[in-house]
Design a protein around this ligand. Structure first.
Ligand code: TLP
Length: 351
């Protein structure tokens, strides 16, 4: 039985071309700035993002904490969506490592922050208040089901933040999914943000790594904080080589993952008792709930027994993420297995 793993696009394995590039990678000591493959990836990433410089980092989480450290001072406050990855899944790093207070404003179901809420959250200058220095956006939005922030919205809130003296960091872990879904070059989605981080190790299939991009002085500060966090990685060309292949070969095909996610969503919506937890499925993330009576833990366990792995945290919803290792035939197989397990559990609950 083929195990179909939809827990995340982080489960992807490097492609054959990546393994070959890793094997052949020219390397040097990157802490001395001497790894030619890392330097090439960083230049390539900066160019794609329309920024002056890039920095290879270990992970998306490291990118976001580095952004906080490089944009803010100890005691500052940042404005973040209440469904943001930075708020939920990064171990409270902004507070723990940066001494930075997180002020949340609600994310709507499409991953946006209401501009009025942002304005209200930005503090006046007053002896009682911490200075608000950074606004963080997320595109695509993970907990909002892979929803996409478009160019107009992003520009609008960036302008609003800048007018009040804030910088903007864009958590673009899946920014290429957003660009593909919108049919725009990625750089127009990040143009007005001072920094953007994106992941090589999610839908793009590389085994490790993310890149953070911004101005030269920003990346100099980021490099120093990366070192402080233990992210000076020596012969990191091994990692960068796969990242280059990811950027060159894995971006355009994300459209297939999006089509598979829609196929999955349509199939799920047709199963009685299962309901999508999002209005549309623009990228590669599908969130859904099941009607009461069937416990989430039981459902996940039952699916595991038939070789389907899904995400389920904090009592739901369920999350399925498509990626290059899952074909449209696999999606049909997943739907059949989900329907069988769900029916069985439902019948058991009604007995
Ligand atoms: N998200 C992971 C888990 O941590 C939940 C996943 O499986 O989706 N920003 C966003 C929007 C992310 O979705 C993630 C990873 C990160 C940052 C952190 O990236 P890594 O895992 O490389 O630290």
């Amino acid at each position: 039985m083929k195990v179909i793993d939809l827990r995340s696009d982080t489960v992807t394995h490097p492609t054959t071309a990546m393994r070959q590039a890793i094997f052949e990678a020219e390397v040097g000591d990157d802490v001395y700035g001497e790894d030619p493959t890392v330097n090439r990836l960083e230049e390539m990433a900066a160019q794609r993002m329309g920024k002056d410089a890039g920095l290879l980092i270990t992970s998306g989480t490291q990118g976001n904490i580095i952004a906080v450290l490089a944009h803010c001072k100890h005691g500052d406050e940042i404005v973040v969506g209440d469904e943001a990855h930075m708020f939920w899944y990064e171990v409270g790093g902004a507070a723990a490592l940066g001494g930075v207070n997180i002020r949340t404003v609600p994310n709507d179901s499409s991953g946006r922050l209401n501009p009025d809420d942002i304005v209200r959250a930005i503090r006046d200058r007053d002896i009682h208040y911490p200075p608000t220095t950074l606004l963080c956006l997320e595109n695509t939005h993970n907990r909002c089901g892979g929803m996409v922030l478009d160019v107009d919205y992003t520009n609008q809130v960036c302008d609003l933040a800048h007018a009040r003296g804030l910088d903007v960091h864009l958590d673009g872990a899946r920014i290429f999914n957003a660009a593909i879904a919108l049919g725009v070059p990625v750089l127009v989605l990040v143009e007005r943000a001072e920094s953007v981080s994106f992941c090589l190790s999610k839908g793009l299939g590389a085994p490790v790594g993310s890149v953070i991009c911004g101005s030269k002085p920003f990346i100099e500060r980021a490099r120093k904080f990366r070192k402080m966090l233990g992210g000076g990685m020596r012969q990191a060309g091994i990692i960068a080589a796969a990242g280059i292949v990811a950027l060159e070969t894995m971006v355009d095909r994300l459209a297939e993952d999006h089509a598979n996610a829609r196929r999955l969503a349509e199939g799920l919506a047709g199963i009685e008792g299962i309901r999508l937890a999002q209005e549309s499925v623009p990228t590669n993330i599908v969130m859904f709930v099941v009607s009461p009576g069937v416990s989430g833990a039981e459902f996940i366990e039952g699916l595991k027994e038939v070789g389907v792995k899904l995400g389920f945290r904090n009592g739901g919803p369920f999350r399925a993420v498509t990626h290059y290792m899952v074909s449209s035939a696999d999606i049909d197989e997943v739907l059949a297995r989900i329907e069988a397990v769900y029916k069985e559990l439902r019948q058991r609950a009604q007995r």
